[in-house]
Design a protein around this ligand. Structure first.
Ligand code: HEM
Length: 540
């Protein structure tokens, strides 16, 4: 199963990995050092040219000669490492190594000033030669440079997933939540597998109208190969071509150019992931058997207005990205929810009391209950805050040189909004490590996250903020509501029948998952089991 470090790996990993792996490459170390030297000279020249008065960079650890802050980039426990730096250096922390500049933004107001108020300059993305060019991800607008092409794709995607439209996806989300309950009853030990199937079935249903199979689905297998390739390519220092982009012109037959062969194999999966379900829907439209979906609606509308190849390509690209961008994040959020419930029986109890009082025991909750279940909404928000899916956000890139609060931020700097630090700021969220839904109860019960609310940082920043967030949040909500209505969640038992001690520990990397933990999950009682079984008939 693919673990998606989606889009591209953090600059820290790339830089640290380069240091670790360069000796293993068969390309001569001397030519690498020479290229590096020329690269640094060029960067030095650019720095003098662009910043002749030597305006200081934002504060940060003191760089060493030549290698800069190479060893200051955190490689594991990133959140803790950057939180420590935030304590030492403040809202802005600047790191620089091998000509790559990284700015870490640790405070909500500062993030707002850069990503919202100066969004024209802080909405670009860095292009990875391996991922974007050689592996073929250049069609994905999540990877695209800021500009007309990105805007057109984003606009199309937004139209189908914006706040006012997102509710039309709810029937599929509700059905998938019910299916998740049934799968858990059937095989409670395969929880993570079921969460992956759940994410895939919502996205493939909404985007293509395709029903995926819980076992060995052909579309999902291809997507997983594609995403696995991206995760590997994003591994620290995996491919020198990301440090020296001109290597992308080296032909595949040259010694040491194995990366070209791998890139070609992954590229096939990337293109099939995008093209196979799309072609299926085109055929279904022709045959008159297509069901309403993102692709069906847009293609039918386009054919009505007169075919336009560019727009058709855009539909194909937007649809292809939805699974790549959305699946793993939804899995991460719901896994964190299960971990939180194992650790907090008192939260389960309160949630269940609310559900039983409002919904009763004769049915499962649905979206019509949403306004009457504020505690469930608070649990959903707390899940997104407690363990943000992308703790360091996805790096944005600055397009032009900027002076901000008297500091020089060069063009091409990677800006990481430190969502973890922002969402654990004790001023906004007292006792931040505690999983405590009550903190959201006295706040307005708006269902959706606005950019003015710190919690929105769980979905990123400014013009790049997650365009799937309305659907994503609604999916977490309905899953949380149905699971709490139907199941008891507890720590697993050891061989003597004692509960296993569970701690909240999370993986490193771009997308953060809870590390495997012991759990037991079973229907609350016979009545809950019956309700779960009945969903099969209701949704047939
Ligand atoms: C709980 C689930 C999710 C979380 C926490 C999440 C979070 C994020 C974050 C942090 C970003 C980066 C934003 C930035 O660069 O500042 C992002 C980007 C993106 N997300 Fe999500 N996401 C989720 C689900 C989804 C879903 C279900 C979809 C699709 C239906 C989706 C589509 C996208 C796309 C297309 C981008 C790229 C936007 C761009 O570069 O313009 N996400 N998401």
């Amino acid at each position: 199963m693919a673990r998606v470090a989606y889009f591209f790996q953090s600059a820290s990993d790339a830089l640290r990995g380069f240091a670790a792996n360069q000796t293993r490459t068969s390309l001569g170390i001397h030519s690498v050092l020479l290229s590096l030297f020329c690269h640094l000279l060029w960067k030095l020249y650019v720095r003098r040219r662009d910043n002749p008065r030597g305006v200081p960079h934002p504060p940060g650890p003191k760089p060493l000669p030549l290698i800069g802050n190479l060893f200051d980039f955190a490689r594991e426990n990133e959140s803790a490492a950057y939180l420590n730096m935030a304590h030492k250096y403040g809202d802005l922390v600047f790191l620089s190594a091998l000509g790559i500049n990284v700015l870490i933004v640790n405070d909500f107001q500062t993030a707002n000033e850069l990503f919202e108020k100066r969004s024209a300059n802080y909405s670009d993305r860095h292009e990875s030669p391996m991922i974007n060019h050689l592996m073929g991800w250049d069609w994905s607008f999540g990877h695209m440079r800021y500009g007309e092409r990105w805007k057109n794709h984003r606009k199309m995607f937004h139209r189908q997933f914006q706040q006012s439209v997102a509710p039309i996806h709810r029937p599929i989300q509700l059905r998938s939540a019910h299916e998740l309950l049934r799968l858990i009853v059937e095989k409670p030990n395969d929880l993570i597998k079921h969460l992956r199937h759940n994410a895939a079935s919502v996205i493939m249903g909404v985007v293509y109208g395709i029903k995926v199979s819980p076992q060995d689905d052909k579309y999902i297998s291809v997507a997983e190969t594609a995403l696995d390739g991206m995760a590997r390519a994003a591994n620290p220092g995996a491919f020198l071509v990301d440090i020296f982009p001109s290597l992308k012109y080296v032909p595949a037959w040259m010694p040491g150019a194995g990366f070209q062969v791998k890139a070609r194999r992954w590229r096939n999966a990337v293109m099939e992931m995008r093209d196979a379900p799309f072609e299926f829907v085109l055929k279904a439209i022709k045959a008159g058997t297509a069901v309403p979906s993102f692709v069906t609606n847009l293609v039918t509308d386009l054919e009505h207005r007169g075919k336009n190849d560019e727009e058709m390509e855009q539909i194909r690209n937007c649809a292809g990205l939805a699974y790549a961008a959305g699946a793993e994040s939804s899995v991460s959020s719901l896994s964190s929810f299960f971990l939180a419930m194992v650790l907090h029986p008192e939260v389960q109890k309160k949630a269940r009391e609310e559900i039983d009082r409002v919904v009763g025991r004769g049915r499962l909750p649905d979206y019509t209950d949403r306004d009457s279940l504020p505690y469930i909404s608070a649990v959903t928000k707390e899940v997104l805050r407690w363990n943000p899916v992308a703790p360091l956000g996805l790096p944005h890139m600055s397009t032009e040189n900027d002076i901000f609060r008297g500091y020089f931020i060069p063009a091409g700097t990677l800006i990481m909004g430190n969502s973890w630090t922002i969402l654990h700021d004790p001023e906004n969220f007292p006792d931040p490590m505690r999983f405590d839904p009550e903190r959201f109860l006295d706040k307005p019960t708006d269902q959706y996250l606005s950019p003015n609310e710190p919690l929105s940082t769980a979905f990123g920043y400014g013009r790049r903020i997650c365009p799937g967030r309305f659907m994503a949040e609604a999916q977490v909500w309905i899953s949380v509501a149905c699971i709490l209505a139907a199941f008891d969640i507890a720590p697993g038992k050891d061989e003597y029948g004692n509960p296993v001690k569970v701690e909240a520990k999370f993986s490193s990397g771009m997308i953060c998952h809870p590390l495997p933990f012991s759990y037991s999950i079973a229907p609350r009682d016979q009545r809950a089991k019956m309700l779960i079984e009945q969903t099969q008939l209701m949704d047939a």
